[in-house]
Design a protein around this ligand. Structure first.
Ligand SMILES: Cc1cc2nc3c(=O)[nH]c(=O)nc-3n(C[C@H](O)[C@H](O)[C@H](O)COP(=O)(O)OP(=O)(O)OC[C@H]3O[C@@H](n4cnc5c(N)ncnc54)[C@H](O)[C@@H]3O)c2cc1C
Length: 409
């Protein structure tokens, strides 16, 4: 098949889709366009190993695993790096790059992921950080000096990982979170409170139920004002307050029809964009229904999802370009993620955030380090599992058990 497929976004989902297109039998040209100057790399180490180790600045080591697979499977893919795509004419099959160059395509893959949401507050820029890219990580770790006063805004997984790493580097760390205990939306109140106590005992301070009302300082950050009138001194402020989908290049101002970009790219269960032809979406950007849970389309921001969605989206696009019907079997990936914080390794399967009930199966919330297991249920149906510090063999078994336990919707 000689059709040209363009992939926008040269990160994990873009790379994996290029690989899967070849595996699915696509022999025509593939162009992967990425705005970052780097080859695809893994983001999880950016808040963990790479942020912690100032001596390790070799990007080759960071993306060794993915770069290896790129050479093996997709050597004939044209990677055009440092090339932001400015817009897409979906009717004519034409991308326009930021430098004005046009790129024609027959099939399009949206793999442009997310960018950090920033606090909508004025104030100095120096000393304020967000973390999404390798360059963000290198900039932040230069600021995490021993004794630096670090305020992390947002106690989600990335915020808590940055807080843990900063503590390890000798910083004085406070986490500010407007809702309750850290990662509470996913872990549930009991486990989240236990994690907060664990992290506090290690030396991380928490200001929960509080939000940042102002950033202080002239050119360099000197602190933040909280909404209860108190002030925290700070040399570094890390804004870990969620992400925004990179969909602007797909917007069609003034045109009523087109893809639904309300929160990422709305797709059907085959990852075909609703309201657009020959466009599939993958990775963090794709909002799709997963019949494992229900019929509501959702985006999933886990490292495992690029590989899962790439496989299905590549099969869908290859079939469409060959005038075949895409595979009708439901796409039911099991979301899974891990998180390393201090001496705790969290492992999650399914969608614990959907639960209305949590069952604590094993372990003592006051001693999470010794191992802990909870299952998550919605209307009595198992929708998620969270393990803390369980050995790898048990984690594998939990994943398999999860797939068997959850009935299709
Ligand atoms: C700091 C951090 C730690 C994480 N830790 C974990 C973890 O421990 N466990 C876990 O399961 N998950 C973790 N994740 C999540 C995981 O890394 C993501 O789910 C994964 O990277 C998503 O890959 P993606 O390719 O869909 O999107 P992205 O990685 O966001 O890639 C999208 C790419 O497209 C580029 N792009 C955007 N717009 C354009 C445009 N117009 N033109 C060209 N290119 C464009 C972007 O610059 C980017 O390079 C972490 C994420 C971060 C940021």
């Amino acid at each position: 098949m000689s059709a040209h497929i363009a992939v926008v976004g040269a990160s994990l989902a873009g790379l994996r889709t290029a690989e899967q297109l070849r595996i699915a039998g696509h022999t025509g040209p593939i162009t992967v366009l990425g705005d970052e100057p780097h080859l695809p790399y893994n983001r999880p180490p950016l808040s963990k190993e790479l942020l912690a180790d100032p001596g390790d600045s070799d990007p080759a080591r960071l993306h060794a695993s993915v770069a290896f697979r790129r050479r093996a499977v997709v050597g004939d893919v044209d990677f055009r790096l440092g090339q932001p795509v400015a817009s897409a004419d979906l009717d004519r099959g034409l991308l326009t790059l930021a430098d004005g160059t046009g790129v024609r395509y027959d099939g399009l893959v949206a793999a442009s992921g997310l960018r950090p949401r920033r606090l909508p507050l004025p104030g100095p820029r120096r000393g304020r950080y967000a973390l999404r890219t390798l360059d963000d990580c290198i900039a932040l770790r230069g600021a995490l000096r021993p004794e630096a006063r670090v305020v992390v805004v947002g106690a989600g997984f990335v915020g808590c990982e940055v807080a843990a790493t900063a503590l390890r580097l000798g910083c004085r760390v406070t986490v500010v979170e407007p809702s309750g205990a850290p990662m509470g939306r996913v872990l549930g109140e009991v486990l989240a409170q236990a994690v907060q106590r664990h992290h506090q005992a290690a030396g991380i301070a928490f200001r929960t139920g509080r939000s940042v009302a102002g950033v202080l300082g002239r050119e360099q950050v000197s602190g933040v004002d909280l909404d209860d009138g108190t002030t925290l001194g700070a040399d570094v402020v890390v804004e870990a307050v969620g992400s925004l989908p990179n969909t602007e290049w797909l917007a069609r101002p003034g045109q009523p029809a087109g893809p639904d970009l309300t929160d990422g790219v709305l797709c059907d269960n085959r990852l075909l964009a609703v309201g657009a032809d020959r466009l599939v979406a993958v990775g963090d950007l794709a909002r799709f229904p997963n019949p494992l849970f229900d019929t509501t389309p959702r985006r999933v921001e886990h490292w495992s999802i690029p590989a899962d969605t790439a496989k299905r989206a590549a099969a869908t696009l290859t079939a469409l370009l060959a005038d075949r019907d895409p595979d009708p079997l439901p796409f039911t990936p099991v979301p899974s993620f891990w998180s390393d914080q201090l001496d705790l390794r969290f492992q999650s399967y399914g969608s614990p955030a959907l639960a209305d009930e949590v069952c604590l199966l094993e372990g003592d919330p006051e001693d999470l380090g010794a191992g802990f297991l909870a299952t998550y249920h919605r209307q009595s149906r198992h929708v998620g599992t969270v393990a803390v510090n369980l050995p790898p063999a048990r984690q594998r078994a939990l994943r398999e058990a999860f797939t068997a336990l959850v009935p299709a919707a």
